[in-house]
Ligand binder design. Structure first.
Ligand code: SF4
Length: 326
């Protein structure tokens, strides 16, 4: 992965083993010691998109909120006790529709090095079944060469049969974890989009083919794989492009081995959208005439049409019970 020219490091975690290993992988970076990441990251009047062009890395210690209640914008796939965590803030990719642009003031990346505290908090809540999403507010697998966090979560998961983990990704870096024993409760969830959407709206992400190669390999090795067609964007040729995507999935992936498929149309927090539209005044996706209620989304009739049409195509070859709609 790309080397960082500047790395800001909180004084308190200078000697943390993860800090040392990340710094070793960026030997030529300029290192700047800081007291608290929030002073840099949360500062007002930063330009998210300008910062994305030359992202700085910030290494910090997370002090609280190691688990958040699952978001209303996400599917819990029928699981109770749905949580997510945030080991990293921001992403190496730069999708045009990404809500992080609306959520954070800064486009720089924060890595919380104290993964052991995330593990302890998770253990404390694990009396009952838990569904935990570990790739929120980032794409965790895309950072794997730098952090090794996914590997550590997989190793952690072996000890807890009541813990179901989802790793959502657009990365093609499955090879980083492919030597590990698959855990059926550790779900590798790939987001797929039509090639044209990837090219135009998912800047810096791997091509559809490269994502599919990772999926093929993961299935071959026995991993639980979920495919997410989410967010589905509405544009002139949406039906043709998404139908074609499903055709490619049917052709290239052993779909009977998939855990499930989730499909969901684009939806976003209204306040985030306002900020994102200012950052991307030319974006047709973001300047769409959305219906604004609790969230910004397509009109119900449009949303229902998209989900219905795509589900009809999916159920020609894939079990209806294993399709989740958002
Ligand atoms: S991969 Fe996800 S987190 Fe990363 S930029 Fe795209 S939408 Fe945002």
């Amino acid at each position: 992965m790309k080397k960082f020219r500047h790395i800001y490091i909180e004084e308190e975690i200078l000697n943390h083993p993860k800090t040392i290993s990340i710094l070793e992988k960026n030997p030529n970076s300029q290192k700047i010691i800081i007291k608290n990441y929030k002073t840099f990251f949360n500062r007002a009047n930063q330009n998210f998109q300008i910062q994305k062009q030359d992202m700085k890395l910030i290494l910090a210690k997370k002090k609280d909120n190691f688990l958040y209640d699952g978001s209303d914008f996400s599917n819990n796939f029928g699981n109770k006790n749905f949580y997510y965590n945030t080991l990293i803030l921001n992403c190496v990719y730069n999708c045009e529709y990404c809500y992080l642009q609306g959520m954070f003031n800064s486009g720089n990346i924060v890595i919380f090095v104290n993964i052991e505290d995330f593990f302890s908090s998770t253990k404390l809540k694990l009396n009952d079944d838990m569904f935990l999403c570990i790739s929120y507010e980032t794409d965790l697998l895309a950072f794997e060469e730098l952090t090794g966090f996914v590997r550590e979560w997989i190793l952690f998961s072996y000890d807890f049969s009541n813990l179901k983990i989802e790793l959502r990704t657009k990365s093609n870096l499955f090879n980083q974890i492919s030597d590990l024993k698959p855990n059926p409760n550790f779900i590798l969830a790939w987001t797929l989009s039509p090639e044209i959407v990837i090219k135009l709206h998912e800047e810096k992400t791997p091509t559809l083919n490269r994502r599919i190669e990772s999926i093929q390999e993961a299935i071959k090795l026995g991993w639980s794989v979920r495919i997410c067609l989410d967010p589905i964007l509405h544009f002139e040729n949406w039906k043709f492009e998404y139908t074609n995507l499903i055709k490619i999935i049917f052709e290239k992936i052993e779909i009977d081995k998939l855990l499930d498929i989730s499909i969901g149309t684009f939806r976003i927090n209204k306040d985030f959208l306002k900020k994102m539209k200012k950052l991307r005044p030319d974006s047709k996706i973001l300047h769409y005439p959305f219906q604004l209620e609790n969230e910004a989304t397509y009109k119900k009739t449009k949303k229902d049409e998209i989900l219905f049409e795509l589900k009809q195509i999916l159920i020609q070859k894939f079990s209806e019970e294993k399709i989740y709609l958002s």
